[in-house]
Design a binder for this molecule. Structure first.
Ligand SMILES: C[S@@+](CC[C@H](N)C(=O)[O-])C[C@H]1O[C@@H](n2cnc3c(N)ncnc32)[C@H](O)[C@@H]1O
Length: 278
């Protein structure tokens, strides 16, 4: 597939309705997607020691990445960009509770807000890259915002994440409508992808790696995550009652595949850390 076609596919299949979806799920996000918090902490722990005072977080959500980065580095200034005002609202609450940090939270798509050039000591983007249709251009914008010598850390869902879940959706009989499953591959980010984006943006790579976790969870935990974030890749392309009907069918299929310890699935995460040449 050409790059333009890929960007268009991402735009039309998984790139619509994101702000509304996250506005609706903001109150459930931290519980339903709690593994994103531990992943973000591992991303921050993997960054090198450095002087970091000003942090930019692209797709910051409720702050899963930036909050541990503030604690690690003692940063005093945060800029967070997110299309969902409700997610930002929760982040604001956490920053207020922490105190001592100046913040600028922008409810905007990352390509629709002007960020000062060469101004940040650290740019983070955790579990957001998969939502961005032109990811290479997004990383180039992150690089432009970094000061020379500044650090960057990216975490994204990797190749094959949730493959057991996707298998049961694809195997439904009668078949589920295509939107229920055709966006999953588009939401994957590989190590080669991140290496290409870093190179294209003139960033140096410190490390790029994949983490694979095999989890067993109770059915209600699985479905809470799928309702809160998983269905975001497809629910804007089907009528609401059809979304509910398909989710009920998926839940039954997941129940049939669950063992005594719940539903087993693989979650793959792709990490990259690096810097802007100084
Ligand atoms: C899975 S959440 C991750 C949030 C947070 N970074 C974390 O690690 O928990 C993805 C976030 O990306 C945001 N997002 C999606 N597309 C975006 C865009 N084009 N510009 C800015 N934010 C975006 C969503 O609103 C959502 O808050």
């Amino acid at each position: 597939m050409t790059q333009d076609r890929l960007i268009e596919e991402r735009q039309t299949k998984i790139g619509t309705g994101i702000a509304d979806n996250y506005d609706r799920s903001a109150t459930d996000y931290e519980q339903a997607a709690r593994h994103n918090a531990t992943g973000a902490r591992r991303l921050v722990a993997s960054l090198p020691d450095a002087d970091v005072d000003r942090i930019l977080d692209i797709g910051c959500g409720t702050g899963f990445a930036t909050l541990p980065a503030i604690r690690r580095y003692g940063a005093s200034s945060v800029t967070g960009v997110d299309v969902s005002a409700a997610m930002l609202d929760r982040f604001k609450g956490q920053l207020d509770a922490l105190g001592g940090v100046d913040y600028d939270l922008r409810a905007a798509a990352e390509d629709q807000t002007d960020l000062p050039a060469a101004s940040f000591d650290l740019v983070l983007s955790s579990m957001t890259m998969h939502w961005l249709p032109d990811r290479g251009a997004a990383v180039a914008r992150m690089a432009a915002a970094l000061r020379p010598g500044g650090l960057i850390g990216i975490l994204a869902p990797g190749v094959g994440h949730d493959r057991e879940y996707v298998e049961i959706v694809k195997a439904l009989d009668p078949p589920a409508p295509e939107p229920c499953w055709d966006g999953w591959g588009l939401a994957e980010v590989s190590t080669d992808d991140l290496a290409e984006y870093f190179a294209g943006a003139g960033l140096e790579v410190d490390d790029i790696w994949v983490e694979v976790r095999v989890r067993r969870v109770p059915l209600d935990v699985l479905m809470a995550r799928m309702r809160t974030v998983g269905a975001h890749t497809w629910n804007s392309r089907l009528p609401a009652d059809e979304v509910e009907r398909q989710l009920a069918r998926i839940e039954e299929a997941a129940r049939a595949r669950s063992g005594p310890r719940g539903f087993e699935y693989t979650f793959t995460k792709t990490f990259a850390v690096g810097r802007k040449p100084g």
